[in-house]
Design a binder for this molecule. Structure first.
Ligand code: MG
Ligand code: MG
Length: 278
């Protein structure tokens, strides 16, 4: 059931991933007090259009239309925040999720950015979430099973010292996914180990979006009246990081990172695959 890509198809996914990387970089650079989430959306929209790509977010999702090319989730919002009139203020923590389709192939990635100076626990929250994503990505190696990715993400979070206020809540009910000719494909990628199933074997050509979501409190969420915005049930703030990653014969290739994941994976003793686009 898992779509396996040829090296040529992975090269096309790399091109789509680079559009997403550029859109998120532009958004990150624009985050500041006084900026609205709608303005960030417009910035990403322009990058996507500039490359002749289209948005896989601004689309119908199972009968529910999403109006943005990014999800902008601020503070207690975990994922799927709708960009609009909300004005960012100093101390906020925003997660920006963006995707694009280029030549029929999908990319999907997310970052968390502090708006101006924010509390230490928020910075720790973002660092722990990002670190858990890289721990999961480092397991995207031929011969591993899907559960190795989930276990690495959860294990990383559980090993971190607790923040000065709160604890680490790994969001339940949401996770990563296969990606390729569609944005959301088999398999679902849990950010923790549940049950005894090991999941499919990771073979070259497997491409997954790895996307941990962590809060400073509860793992539980609810959806707001807008039918989209996912918030923590206890109001604690959350972080979301994501990359689209290919398993290749030569190691993991992070399609949505400018350097293919080389620098971060090297810190973990893992060699990233060479960039098929050079
Ligand atoms: Mg995403
Ligand atoms: Mg995703």
């Amino acid at each position: 059931m898992v779509e396996i890509k040829t090296p040529e198809q992975i090269a096309k996914m790399r091109a789509a991933g680079l559009v997403v990387a550029e859109a998120l970089k532009a958004c990150r650079e624009a985050v500041a007090p006084g900026v609205t989430t709608g303005e960030l959306n417009d910035i990403a929209d322009q990058v996507i259009a500039k490359h002749g790509a289209t948005s896989n977010f601004r689309a119908d999702h199972g009968g529910l239309w999403f109006p943005g090319v990014i999800c902008a989730s601020v503070n207690e919002e975990v994922v799927h925040g709708i960009p609009g009139d909300k004005v960012l203020k100093a101390g906020d923590l925003i997660s920006i999720d963006c995707g694009a389709i280029l030549d029929g192939w999908h990319g999907d990635a997310a970052i968390t950015v502090a708006v101006g100076a924010t509390a230490d626990e928020n910075l720790m929250l973002s660092k722990v979430t990002e670190g858990s994503m890289w721990a999961g990505i480092a397991q995207m190696k031929k011969g591993n099973r899907l559960v190795d990715v989930s276990r690495a993400i959860e294990g990383y979070i559980r090993r971190q010292p607790l923040p000065p206020k709160g604890k680490w809540g790994i969001t339940e009910g949401y996770g990563g996914h296969g990606i390729g000719t569609a944005m959301h494909m088999e398999p679902h990628v849990l950010n923790y180990v549940a049950g005894r199933g090991k999941g499919p074997k990771l073979v070259p050509g497997t491409v997954l979006a790895i996307e941990p979501m962590v809060s400073l409190g509860t793992p539980h969420t609810t959806i707001l009246e807008d039918d989209w915005t996912v918030v923590t049930t206890d109001g604690t703030w959350a972080s979301h990081w994501e990359h689209s990653v290919a398993v290749t014969e030569q190691g993991p290739l992070v399609l949505t990172a400018f350097d293919g994941g080389r620098a971060e994976l090297a810190k973990l003793g893992v060699t990233a695959a060479p960039d098929p686009l050079g």
